[in-house]
Design a binder for this molecule. Sequence first.
Ligand SMILES: Cc1cc2nc3c(=O)[nH]c(=O)nc-3n(C[C@H](O)[C@H](O)[C@H](O)COP(=O)(O)O)c2cc1C
Length: 160
Amino acid sequence: MAKKTLVLYFSVNQHTELLAKTIQEKIGADIEAVHPVEEYPDNYNVLVTMIKEQIEKNEIPAAKALEHKLEDYDTILVGTPNWWSHIAPPLLGLMQANKVEGKKVGIFATHIGGGIGGIEEAVKKEWPDNDYLESLEIYGDGGSNRDRLVDEWLEKVNLK
Ligand SMILES: Cc1cc2nc3c(=O)[nH]c(=O)nc-3n(C[C@H](O)[C@H](O)[C@H](O)COP(=O)(O)O)c2cc1C
């Protein structure tokens, strides 16, 4: 059977979404966005404070069920914004509810200066028994560099 890749991402302000779609288009993968069951507020400042509280209290919101089945894929590329140096809580919730093992897993994250923060560690803790690719972290949506950075990463991790 052909090797299958799923790009699984969470995004509020479309940076991670743009990155996810760029990766997906370049390798012809399937793609799915993760959504919390309870929608987050639209107001950025309200969201920032709310997420800080969620992280401090270690509250992990449930995510809506996925349309794709993770077990159908050989490779899963997981994307998240850096939120207070953490993985976005709904993506963590999704990962806790849907464990995978024996897969190739790649992590990509967007941020505004904080880099990958504790995201890599959090993903590896939730899904420990997988073969991890080198992670990709991008400032904002990568702007005019996004294409090149994605190409370079895909080559480095042998997905292209
Ligand atoms: C709640 C919240 C917390 C954030 N915390 C950080 C942070 O700690 N470090 C950082 O570099 N960027 C932080 N950011 C900025 C986002 O990581 C950045 O804008 C990201 O690209 C947004 O991704 P998205 O457009 O896919 O939602 C934060 C943004 C939000 C909304």
